[in-house]
Each structure stands twice: as C-alpha cells, then as structure tokens.
Ligand binder design. Sequence first.
Ligand code: UDP
Ligand code: MG
Length: 309
Amino acid sequence: MCVLSIIVPCYNEEESVADFYEELMKNELFFKEKGLEIEILYVDDGSRDNTAAEVKKLRERDERVRLISFSRNFGKEAGMYAGLEKSRGDYVVLMDVDLQDPPSLLPEMYSYVEQGYDSVATRRVSRKGEPPIRSFFARMFYRLMKHISRTEIMDGARDYRLMTRQMVNAILEMREYNRFTKGIYGWVGFKTKWLEYENVERAKGETKWNFWKLLIYSLEGITAFSTVPLSMASVLGVLFCMLAFILIIFIIVRTSIFGDPVSGWPSLVCIISLISGVQLFCMGIIGQYLAKTYLEVKRRPIYIVKEEL
Ligand code: UDP
Ligand code: MG
C-alpha cells in the first residue's frame, strides 16, 4: 500500500484548519480507489491562536491527522522543511491551508506521477485579487532571476507540489538555513510536470505576507541562487577605472595646452560622491552575502519542535 503525506503549514489559521480537512476529504473516494493511505501533517508554525487545538480536535476524529508544533514562528519555509522531514509517505504533497491550493487538483496531479513524473508542480496564470503593485514587483523579480540565476525559477509557481520520496530526500539533503524552496526545486532537478490554474482567493483569514516581507524574501531568493550581484561590483570597478583613465588623459592634454587654473571643484565633488556611492553600494552587496554565509556557518537548526503528535 502506498502512503501519501499531505503537508500543511499553518500560521494563525484556526478558522481554516477544519475547512481544509473537509475539502481534502472530498477526495476520500479517490484515495480509496488508488489504494492510497494518507497522513495529514499540520505544521503549526508557532501560531498564537488556537490552530494547534483545532488540529487536535481533528485528530480525535481521525487518526491520520498529525501535528507538529514549533516553539515559535519560524516561517513557512521552515514549516515545509519540517513537514518533509517528518513525513513518511512514498508521495508527498505540500499545500496551503487557506484553500488557495485546491485539493480537487490532487487526482490529476497523482495521475502524472503514475505516468512516471517525479514531481507535479502548479503555477497560477493569473494574479486576480492581488494588489497590482505586488503583481508588478513579483513579475520584475522573476524576470530578473531569469537573467541572473542559472537555476530555473518559474513565474507564478506555487508551493503546491506533489513529489516522489526520491525527490523529497534530495530536497532534505539541502540543509541550508536561508531557504528559498522555489529555487531548491529547480536546483535538485527531476522530471516535473507543470499544471496551470487561475488564482483562487483565500477562503478565510488573511495573508501573512506584506510588501516588506516579500521584498526581503525576494532578496533571499537572489542571494541564495545567484552570485551575479557580487561580480557586478567588479564590472563596475573596471568601468570606473576605464572612465578614470580617459579622464586622466583628458586632463593631461588639457593642462599642457591651457595650463592649470584652479577650477573644477564642483565637478570633483560630484565625481567623488558618485564613486563613493558606488563603493558603498558594492560593499553593501558583499555584506549581504557575508551575512548569509555567517548565518549558514552557525548551523542553527531550521526549526525547533515543541510538540509532536
Ligand atoms: N504560513 C506559515 N508560516 C508563516 C507564514 C505563513 O506556515 O510564517 C503558512 C500559512 O498558514 C498558509 C501558507 O503558509 O498556509 C501560505 O501563507 P499565505 O496564505 O499567508 O500566503 P499567500 O498565499 O498570500 O502567498
Ligand atoms: Mg494564501
């Protein structure tokens, strides 16, 4: 008998936990037909509401429900990692609890792994119901990543994904602390089938992301999967050296023809401030990578479990 693990990271989602279960169970017949035994792993990411209690209520009714509670909020990335690590399934699927990842898609996804795909991923083709400015920056991010990273990162990709045990194990090998799963999937490779669907709006509760969190998360993605910004510093350095060289020749020629009256203070100030600006910017980039390296070498755990059922 095959086991399918369903991993659901939750952060302050007391309203959605039961609804998700109901919706998922509409697939009960499909699970039976395919001889799939399921386990539903709710990862309570340090919620401050009654999420854990709601999960325990479900567990009293259904033994297949499991709970992992973190000691504090570690972020969705940590939640997904913990879920993958604790899952026992031959197949594993990651889903949001807010029903933005429709459980009704499961049979179709499963049909593709039966056909021999290692993973079935989903992407949304529209961003309906999202603030336009957020969509704009998201697009920019994916376009930029396409140019500066060799790892494939799909625009509009969701975390909703069905994987084989083999791929899960490959992902678990990547024990990095600064996690950007969308890049990790691309990095480990394997044969992936992409399914597309229209964006579904959150059923209950509210999104845990705001503009700043997303911006920081995108920087995470860039530093984790590209070193182009680092080499940008050297390119800028070479450009400025060339510029300086031309200027030196220009000044030597001008001085030998017209002499050297003391002038040009404003332009000097402009040049100095421009170049020191560029220098600080490049140091900032190096600092970003150094900071990430610093966090990695500490080898802190990705999450801490408080309770496990
Ligand atoms: N989530 C989590 N930890 C966090 C933030 C979010 O486990 O720190 C979970 C959340 O409960 C939900 C999923 O990640 O199941 C996606 O979050 P959300 O719906 O807020 O993101 P969006 O769909 O707006 O991108
Ligand atoms: Mg959501």
